[in-house]
Design a binder for this molecule. Structure first.
Ligand SMILES: Cc1cc2nc3c(=O)[nH]c(=O)nc-3n(C[C@H](O)[C@H](O)[C@H](O)COP(=O)(O)OP(=O)(O)OC[C@H]3O[C@@H](n4cnc5c(N)ncnc54)[C@H](O)[C@@H]3O)c2cc1C
Length: 444
């Protein structure tokens, strides 16, 4: 039995016998997910080939990383290099003009967190660093090589057709296929598994700017989330005094756009006083980019001889800067699955089921929060002058990267859900949590 995932190859030269090659694992895509799994499996002695459509370095969005990324960098041996290309990130600042208030969440003050900082990175540099590292650790990486067809075979080797920069087709016969193609979702689309989540259907506009005034004092180096009625802005400090600024808004907000993207963005910034002040002298260093952010997932993330990791498996709103962590952590979990499967199929299948459960648990926790982020009750809990039911620290530790929290008696997310359930009907009666002007920094 096989399933074909044909992507469409125009003007690709026919296959020559010399182009037929075998490997243990073929990874489609060399972003953070693909390069992580390639590095880990190569370290275990597997013959891994990564086929990456683009030539690196190349622009990618997703620049703010989480603290629990750091142990993964250490495992890959790149922690010092990431430190060199990154901007130190001590936490997150949330500015709510609606609450006339700023809340600061510091990683180093959170009792649940063992890592007290993270980094912001230019993805072009970061992704190249990770991909080069996977080469150093033994993976074969072919850039400017696009996968155009995958035939998954339940028995024997799958067949993957790719097209290189010379427009020549090459044919690969791996024992296992890893889909790390990001939001292109090569296999999800072709297997008809992609389920769009209509409850989280936002869009984003973003660009790089100079002369964005930085936040001062204890918020220096932090990502700032400026909340506004229909969404939120991020500001992320990057190297060389460049700041990444992006707007994430609901579809209905984007439908109010009547003029070009620059004017739409400028109007939205002007309506957000805290950000407008910081961007008073801002100069763009790149054109603005717009993208749909719709979330999606799949009823399954693995099958006979294949596994989906990172954005190729599921995507959720970038609100909590969770994408790269999700990509690298799912790749790390999947590396163990694939390694086991190659030795003993039954054992591998057991691990696949555990992988599915874990991934789904992480996605579910983050989605619960994201669905409610424009809701006053959840925003009040984050901005309140006290930590209701002591949920905030635990919850923010999850948002620092520990998405796969094991179900316990009363884990932080469950406590938050109870607090939310308690406050929601009260909010309908006009009862709100107090937000004092001088908020004790919540301790992320
Ligand atoms: C607006 C926005 C803001 C975000 N902000 C953040 C943030 O601040 N922090 C954060 O952690 N995350 C953020 N994210 C999410 C983050 O960008 C992704 O989650 C992350 O890049 C996923 O990594 P990945 O390796 O799965 O996919 P990708 O990084 O997308 O890598 C996939 C790779 O596959 C390649 N590819 C695709 N198709 C093929 C093919 N057919 N053949 C060969 N190669 C192929 C692509 O060229 C690409 O290099 C944001 C996302 C958006 C949309």
């Amino acid at each position: 039995m096989f399933t074909s995932a044909f992507v469409g190859a125009s003007a690709v030269a026919p296959l020559g016998m010399q182009n037929r090659q075998e490997c243990d694992v073929l990874v489609v895509g060399g972003g953070p997910a693909g390069s992580t799994i390639a590095a880990l499996l190569a370290q275990k002695g597997r013959h891994v080939v990564v086929l990456e459509r683009d030539g690196f370095p190349r622009f990618h969005i997703g620049e703010s990383l989480l603290p629990l990324n750091l142990p993964l960098f250490e495992r890959l041996g790149v922690l010092e290099q990431v430190k060199c290309i990154g901007v130190h990130k001590p936490g997150a600042e949330v500015v709510s003009d609606g609450h006339s208030h700023t809340a600061i969440f510091r990683f180093d003050q959170n009792p649940y967190l063992s890592v007290d900082h993270s980094y912001h990175v230019r993805r072009s540099d970061f992704d190249k660093l990770l991909l080069d590292n996977s080469r150093t650790l033994g993976a074969t990486v072919l850039e400017e090589t696009r996968v155009i067809d995958v035939e998954l075979r339940a028995e024997g080797r799958s067949r993957v057709t790719a097209c290189g920069r010379d427009k020549m087709a090459s044919l690969w016969f791996p024992r296992f296929v890893v889909d790390a193609s990001g939001r292109d979702t090569l296999l999800l689309k072709r297997l008809g598994l992609k389920k769009v989540d209509k409850r989280n259907n936002t869009a984003a506009v973003f660009g790089h700017f100079r002369n964005v005034s930085s936040t001062n004092g204890s918020a220096q180096g932090m990502i700032t989330m400026h909340l506004f009625k229909h969404g939120w802005f991020w500001t992320i400090p990057l190297p060389d005094d460049v700041t990444s600024v992006g707007l994430v808004g609901t579809r209905s907000f984007f439908r109010t756009r009547t003029d070009d993207l620059d004017r739409f963005f400028a109007r939205a910034v002007a309506a957000s006083p805290g950000l407008a002040q910081r961007m008073a002298n801002a100069e763009p260093v790149s054109p603005l980019t717009a993208t749909a952010n719709y979330s999606y997932s799949s009823p399954r993330f693995s099958g006979d001889g294949y596994i989906l990791i990172g954005d190729a498996a599921a995507f959720i709103d970038p609100l909590f800067s969770s994408g790269v962590m999700m990509a690298m952590s799912s790749a790390t979990l999947a590396a163990d699955v694939v390694h086991a499967w190659l030795d003993d199929r039954k054992a591998g299948e057991r691990q696949m089921r555990a992988y599915e459960r874990k991934l789904r648990r992480g996605l579910h926790s983050l989605s619960w929060l994201i669905y409610r982020i424009n809701n006053t009750v959840l925003r009040d809990i984050f901005m309140a002058s006290f930590d209701l039911f002591d949920t905030r620290n635990g919850l923010l530790a999850i948002l620092a990267g520990d998405f796969y929290e094991a179900p316990g008696l009363m884990p932080p997310l469950r406590r938050l859900q109870l607090a939310y359930g308690f406050l929601y009907p009260l909010s309908k009666l006009g009862v709100r949590l107090p937000v004092t002007p001088k908020l004790r920094p919540a301790q992320l």
